[in-house]
Write a protein that binds this ligand. Structure first.
Ligand SMILES: CC(C)(COP(=O)(O)OP(=O)(O)OC[C@H]1O[C@@H](n2cnc3c(N)ncnc32)[C@H](O)[C@@H]1OP(=O)(O)O)[C@@H](O)C(=O)NCCC(=O)NCCS
Length: 145
């Protein structure tokens, strides 16, 4: 089994992060490009958490965005390299995100999870998350697609 460590992403990681999301993430969207991730790291340099190989900290295994806006805690882009799944990396990323939220005073974390993403459902449920079927997401794009 591969040893991994967790660390915050830096701008040099952005190409590898986008490549991982392209092959591993679910529900990617409008902000998944270099400009989007650059803006994210400029706004909050600690929020993009990476799992990387312990013997090669540039080798990316997984990600999660642990976003804190001063009001609520939002999780995005939980993704693990398909070759390294089911080894505790996703759970470790979520635990680190929750540790960050607790240190910042966050009281509740949430995540957007596709209804059809059963693998995601199992992972979120195992970490203690559950759906709120009485709510729907309402969206308005702020730029042309
Ligand atoms: C979801 C994802 C991040 C999980 O990452 P992972 O590193 O494989 O997860 P872990 O090994 O930490 O698993 C944690 C727990 O989740 C559950 N789980 C994860 N994968 C599972 C699977 N294939 N089948 C059943 N349960 C699963 C288990 O309870 C597991 O604990 P266990 O292995 O002790 O039984 C990974 O599968 C992934 O990248 N999927 C595609 C992207 C995605 O769907 N992300 C979520 C978007 S909302």
């Amino acid at each position: 089994m591969i040893d991994f460590i967790l660390r915050a992403a830096v701008p040099d990681d952005i190409p590898a992060v986008l490549a991982l999301w392209a092959r591993a993430a679910k529900g990617t969207s409008i902000t998944d490009d270099a400009d989007g991730v650059t803006a994210l790291l400029a706004r909050d340099p600690e929020c993009l958490l990476l799992a990387v190989r312990a013997d090669d900290p540039a080798a990316l295994l997984g990600t999660v965005i642990a976003g804190w806006d001063g009001w609520r805690c939002h999780l995005y882009r939980l993704a693990v390299d398909p070759e390294h799944r089911r080894r505790g990396i996703g759970a470790a990323l979520l635990a680190a995100a929750e540790e960050r939220f607790a240190a910042l005073g966050g009281r509740r974390a949430d995540a957007m999870v596709l209804d059809e993403n059963e693998l995601g459902h199992r992972t979120w449920q195992a970490a203690g998350y559950g759906p709120q079927p009485q709510w729907s997401r309402w969206v308005k794009p702020l730029e042309e697609d």
